[in-house]
Design a protein around this ligand. Structure first.
Ligand code: ATP
Ligand code: MG
Length: 429
């Protein structure tokens, strides 16, 4: 079975919003065994929407002659004048919009729950083209719509990603699953992603060898982002369960080959994994940051429940602050500079002592100019942009690692934070 996804919104074609809806929906469809042929993006323009709906309904898709079997549309169901999806649909179906009383009731209830008056403009969200069915919205105001254009089933979902996802899960997924099983043997995909830190993409590829050859089932892919290399296992089978089973031996082999380079899977983050280890060990941590300006503390506290292990953080950005708040010896600062092994060492040791935690991480480095790339500019002699010292103190002492990270300011700061988290992770293992 094949599908197309149409995303509607001026903000999408202007590049102000990245179309995450189409990406998310594609993943959902592919795990149901539905092949997505195209992503189409149009602005809030009734003629453009009408054109795409006509094309999608019953017409062969652009890339091959298979008729499109299902169309998913997101956006343009809001109450304002630029929300034109329902009008476009009425035009395509050559019908009128009609008030759908139960939807109006739900929208009114939505505002009662929020304890806010409902604006007149919200009425239009309960207007549905005659002959179409409504998909209830349990998180927002805009109901979804489903109908057929020609012979093609079409689902209209809200643009707000959170609303779109709930509506897809509650009202669309099962219908699609039924269509797929009625359609006979289709290949369903299952996925597993393993995240690694500490080895580059090419070393990973070397360790995996022929596991990454094309044309296998499962197939193994690699993607890298800020020195985290993620390995994706994609398997195909007649149903999800069979596809999942195929993943298991490949995952076991990957874990055997990559060992502690692997820090987690699927939704895991480095900070989340470190948090889990700290909690398991009953340990606490503090941080002292300079060039990362609090990013390490932010990552650690992004995890709910982090108060059980995260004690405190200092952003000692200036030399003065390093001396005043973390008692860095001014002579050491003078002699070696703020970006030095010695200062990283003092920051970690003193943060650990002051906060009385089991561990403290410190980061001091040269993040460089915004959008810049590593090079001689910005760093003093012998200290290039991207030079970052990371310290880890525990009650036994301090270790400091020197790194020179590539990339611009944002990249250097992120890499510094991930590297610090990974140092602590390996310590905790
Ligand atoms: P709804 O149908 O839910 O009312 P809408 O398109 O009518 O959606 P907008 O106000 O245009 O409502 O968009 C609501 C929010 O959803 C905006 O923040 C918008 O950027 C976001 N959004 C819309 N479409 C997408 C998309 N395809 N991907 C990611 N975000 C999107
Ligand atoms: Mg919109």
């Amino acid at each position: 079975m094949n599908a197309i996804i149409i995303s509607i919104g001026d903000e999408l074609i202007l590049g102000q919003t990245v179309d995450t809806n189409a990406a998310w929906l594609s993943q959902q469809l592919s795990s149901l065994g539905i092949t997505v042929r195209e992503h189409i993006t149009v602005g809030d323009d009734i003629n453009a929407i009408v054109g795409q709906l006509r094309r999608a309904g019953g017409m062969p898709s652009a890339l091959n002659n298979d008729a499109v079997e299902v169309v998913l549309v997101t956006g343009g169901l809001g109450p304002t004048d630029d929300d034109l999806t329902r009008h476009a649909l009425a035009k395509v179906l050559e019908t009128e919009l009609k008030l759908h009383q139960p939807s109006l009731g739900r929208i009114e209830q939505f505002f009662v729950r929020l304890n806010k008056p409902m604006s007149q403009t919200n009425h239009v969200q309960a207007m549905i083209p005659c002959g179409c069915d409504v998909l209830e919205n349990n998180v927002g105001t805009a109901p979804g719509i489903t109908t057929q254009i020609g012979k093609t089933p079409v689902f209209f979902l809200p643009g707000v990603p959170a609303e779109m996802k709930v509506m897809f899960d509650e009202s669309v997924k099962d219908k699609l699953r039924q269509k797929v099983s009625a359609g006979g043997a289709e290949k369903v995909c299952a996925y597993r992603t393993l995240h690694t830190y500490g080895a580059g993409e090419s070393s990973i590829a070397e360790m995996l060898g022929d596991m990454m050859s094309r044309g296998r089932n499962p197939v193994v892919n690699c993607t890298a982002a800020h020195s985290i290399v993620s390995i994706r296992i994609i398997s195909r089978g007649p149903d999800e369960k069979t596809a999942r089973v195929l993943i298991e031996p490949v995952e076991r082999e990957l874990r055997k080959r990559l060992g502690t380079f692997i820090f987690g899977s699927d939704e895991d983050t480095l900070a989340g994994v470190v948090g889990g280890l700290l909690r398991r060990n009953g340990s606490t941590v503090a941080v002292a940051e300079s060039c990362t300006g609090g990013l390490l503390a932010k990552e650690l506290t992004d995890i709910s429940g982090s108060s059980s292990y995260f004690m405190a953080g200092w952003v000692t950005y200036s030399n003065d602050a390093k001396v005043r708040f973390l008692q860095v010896n001014p002579e050491i600062l003078e002699r070696y500079g703020a970006v030095s092994e010695q200062v990283a060492c003092e920051l970690a040791r003193n943060a650990c002592r002051e906060s009385q935690t089991d561990y403290a991480l410190s980061i001091t480095g040269i993040a460089g100019p915004t959008g810049g790339i590593a090079g001689p500019t910005g760093g003093a002699e012998g200290k290039p942009v991207g030079l970052v010292y990371i310290g880890l103190a525990d009650r036994g002492g301090v270790e400091v690692v020197r790194n020179v990270f590539p990339g611009g300011r944002d990249c250097v700061r992120r890499r510094a934070v991930y590297s610090a988290l990974n140092i602590l992770r390996l310590k905790l293992l």
